[in-house]
Design a protein around this ligand. Structure first.
Ligand code: BV8
Ligand code: ZN
Length: 254
């Protein structure tokens, strides 16, 4: 990891308010397929075709089957070093918010709690009629609500609006943060993809961690083109070393 990682680690020792935005790339090293990578396909379908209200209305069984397939992969996956490092950042940095586009619940399993799941959570379901929420596991190919309505995964599908409170919280924090780490997202899906630009616009120092260039790369202040599960633990330990050195220097001055 070149000097860029060191620069990021130094900044993390003095950051006032840190926003972290993650996408499917942060779960890649846990073995979970990303959306737009070559492994992002399921059978002959693309995510954009199945993650829609129209697909669910047309063929709810197929859509449930896709989610059950994904739940199976996610259940067998473990949080990776990137998830764990991000959970550590939340402990070390008081003013912190993690905004994730992922629905895989792995940030929560890794210990993250200051967390906004912009696109919902694949292990929750909700009623199409009365909006009642249910936790998985649910039984049956076409789970039903107590009200008789049909249950669907509690995720935000393409063409659906995001939860306004989540949006307010994420956008509000992005406006006020002085540093944003944007990790493992292709920056394609709106409105999440606007968040790093909003942070930059309002004066934040934006760091992108992604092995491939994205829509954000040209605007980021620092780009680290490496897998996040490799580079985040290194940045975290450098940050801790710099903080300890600063504390020692302070102790010697006192
Ligand atoms: C909305 C939940 C208002 C479901 C997801 C036309 C018609 C209708 C809408 C639109 C339209 N055109 C645009 C829109 C808006 C649309 C949109 O943005 N479409 C895109 C495709 C252009 N957005 C919406 O519809 C949103 N709602 O706008 O409401 C509205 C209402 C009505 C009409 C218009 C507007 C709702 C969007 C939410 C969709 N739901 N997920 C589910 O999961 O089943 S989004 C889905 O994509 C996932 O949540 C995923 O997280 C997210 C974003 O993708 P990424 O996370 O970035 O993943 P991706 O695979 O793309 O990239 C992975 C990256 O990781 C890569 O860059 C790779 O290089 C990197 N990587 C890989 N390995 C590593 C790594 N990085 C670091 N380390 C590694 N090791
Ligand atoms: Zn109901």
């Amino acid at each position: 990891m070149a000097i860029t990682g060191e620069t990021v680690a130094r900044r993390l020792t003095t950051v006032r308010k840190l926003l972290v935005l993650t996408g499917a790339g942060v779960s890649k090293e846990s073995g979970i397929p990303t959306f737009r990578g070559e492994e992002g396909l399921w059978r002959q379908y693309r995510a954009e075709e199945l993650a829609t209200p129209q697909a669910f209305a047309r063929n709810p069984k197929l859509v449930w089957e896709w989610y059950r397939w994904r739940q199976g992969i996610i259940k067998n996956a473990q949080p990776n070093q990137a998830h764990l490092a991000i959970a550590q950042l939340e402990i070390h940095i008081q003013n912190f918010l993690l905004v994730t586009q992922n629905v895989d619940n792995i940030h929560y399993r890794a210990g993250s709690r200051k967390l906004v799941e912009l696109h919902g959570n694949i292990f929750r379901a909700k009623c199409n009629r009365c909006d009642k929420k249910y936790l998985e596991p649910l039984t049956g190919e076409l789970p039903e609500c107590a009200c008789g309505g049909r249950l669907r995964p509690d995720v935000v599908w393409f063409g659906e609006t995001l939860n306004p409170d989540d949006l307010d919280r994420a956008f509000g924090f992005a406006r006020e943060c002085d540093m944003a780490l944007v990790i493992g997202t292709s920056g394609v899906v709106q409105p999440a993809a606007t968040i790093p630009f909003l942070a930059k616009q309002t004066g934040a120092w934006v760091v992108e961690i992604n092995p491939t260039p994205t829509a954000l790369t040209g605007s980021a202040d620092i780009v680290i083109s490496q897998p996040c599960a490799e580079v985040l633990p290194e940045i975290l330990s450098l940050m801790q070393n710099f903080s300890e050195a600063a504390d020692d220097a302070q102790a010697n001055r006192d």
